[in-house]
Write a protein that binds this ligand. Structure first.
Ligand SMILES: [Zn+2]
Length: 135
């Protein structure tokens, strides 16, 4: 990929990934979302013993919504390895709820190198969304 991710963002992502609670999967993930106002919200994955854990992206989106923001400008995800830690199906739908065609979703390797960049239409084509319910 051509564009590098801002080192300050990478530092934030690594710090939040370090706070992940992932004793079962040993797969810590960090996420940061930027809302349309430019505010940034972070989240880490939070696992629980019954295995119905919370993904990092869902955690960050919950923080954004809890702060009263509703539109995603950017979503950054950093996993623990060199493989693509792209959002899971549930998170794709969650991102879809607050994304538009301009929203960028960036997936980074463990050191913060950009692996891949998506739009929500690429991640979840022909998605069911708020428009389907008349919203
Ligand atoms: Zn997920």
């Amino acid at each position: 990929m051509s564009d590098a991710v801002d080192p300050a963002i990478v530092g934030t992502l690594i710090a939040v990934r370090d706070n992940a609670y992932a004793p079962y999967s040993q797969h810590p993930v960090g996420a940061m979302v930027e809302s349309e106002s430019g505010a940034r919200f972070v989240g880490a994955n939070v696992e629980v013993a019954h295995y119905k854990g919370l993904c990092a992206e869902a955690s960050a989106i919950a923080a954004m919504v809890s702060a009263g923001e509703r539109r995603l400008r950017s979503v950054f995800v950093i996993g623990p390895g060199e493989h693509l830690c792209s959002p899971c199906g549930d998170c794709r739908q969650r991102i879809r709820e607050f994304a538009d065609a301009e929203t960028r979703i960036l997936v980074l390797d463990a050191q913060g190198g950009l692996l891949k960049r998506y739009t929500i239409d690429e991640l979840l084509p022909d998605a069911f969304g708020p428009e389907n319910l008349g919203q």
